[in-house]
Design a protein around this ligand. Structure first.
Ligand code: GTP
Ligand code: MG
Length: 295
């Protein structure tokens, strides 16, 4: 497997993590599109464009489509504002949510319903107002699809884990009397050819650490938070000097958290694991990786 920062890596495909269940999932998504009224595409709010999947969008085609930028609680209000300004110009149906916010999640279903009813009106399918609303939820691994379904169903109906590739089969879930949602496995783009995207997707755990290389990902995250001068990150690890280097930062974290070898040296592998775990739990503060293009 080629990795970012690997000088021997071919310049085109940095990652091609595409296990068999994803190819199958994409085929099944295509087959079941006819049965659904709308596709709810879940992306990561910290990567509004880079967490989409061109191959998936091609399959969705002209189907009613709502983009849910989930994990908005892990990014700043400023970033959401900037992206909203940009996306408003693109004529997309979208909303930023934190899936643990029940009210926001209910709004996503209302928005889906409105889009579908408008489309039914436009296409002249009159008595469709009475029929059930069938939604399909798709997206990259670990974007929070199953968490959204559990929130909408108000119970744990599908398994959730901070582990890309948790859901491997499709299943229908009733979320309201007349609304059904199809949970689908996360599907990666067949190829990621930009190093920056590979790093971002690894940081948000769309790509597993054993594929992406924990060290590269953790160092990228620490560097990013240092560059952002993230106050939560600096405070959590008691970093006082805003100009501190990455090496000193890692050494400080090692001492602070007792990640030391028997000889008392920083055990960097443990630091990498710890930083990634805390970052993904939101304990290192809010961030944005992909900035909104200037208008
Ligand atoms: N902070 C935060 N964490 C979230 C949110 N939504 C989901 N998560 C966490 O993200 C991780 C992945 O959630 P899942 O719902 O399993 O993601 P998925 O998209 O179904 O993943 P796959 O089945 O692997 O494709 C879990 O640890 C969730 O608790 C959110 O809005 N905010
Ligand atoms: Mg899932």
């Amino acid at each position: 497997m080629s990795r970012p920062n690997d000088p021997t890596a071919p310049s085109r495909a940095l990652f091609n993590w595409y296990p068999g269940h994803m190819a199958r999932a994409l085929r099944e998504i295509k087959e079941r599109l006819k049965m659904v009224d709308l596709v709810m595409e879940v992306r990561d709010a910290r990567l509004p464009l880079a967490s989409s999947n061109r191959a998936m969008l091609d399959e969705i085609g002209q189907k009613c489509h709502l983009i849910v930028f989930n994990k908005a609680n892990l990014t700043s209000d400023d970033a959401v504002r900037e992206w909203t300004k940009y996306l408003d110009q693109q004529e997309m149906n979208f909303m930023f949510v934190d899936c643990f916010d029940k009210t926001a999640m209910k709004k996503s279903v209302s928005m889906a319903r409105k889009i579908v009813l408008k489309n039914r009106e436009r296409t002249g399918s009159v008595d469709h107002k009475k029929t059930k609303l069938k939604l399909m939820i798709v997206g990259l691994p670990n974007t929070g699809k199953s968490s959204i379904i559990n929130q909408l169903a108000s119970k744990s109906v599908t398994k959730v884990a901070d582990k890309p590739g948790q859901t491997q089969i499709q299943q229908w879930i009733i979320i309201e009397n007349d609304v059904e949602l199809l949970d689908t496995p996360g599907v990666m783009p067949p190829m990621i050819d930009k190093e920056e995207h590979a790093l971002w997707l690894s940081a948000v755990h769309a790509i597993p650490d054993d594929v992406a290389d924990e060290e590269t990902t953790a160092r990228f995250v620490v560097n990013h938070l240092l560059k952002e001068k993230s106050e939560t990150f600096m405070a959590r690890y008691k970093l006082e000097d805003p100009e501190i280097t990455i090496e000193d930062t890692l050494a400080k974290i090692a001492v602070l958290r007792g990640c030391l070898t028997n000889g008392g040296l920083p055990d960097l592998n443990r630091v990498y694991k710890l930083v990634l775990q805390e970052f993904r739990r939101g304990e290192l503060g809010k961030t944005i990786f992909e900035k909104a293009p200037k208008l």
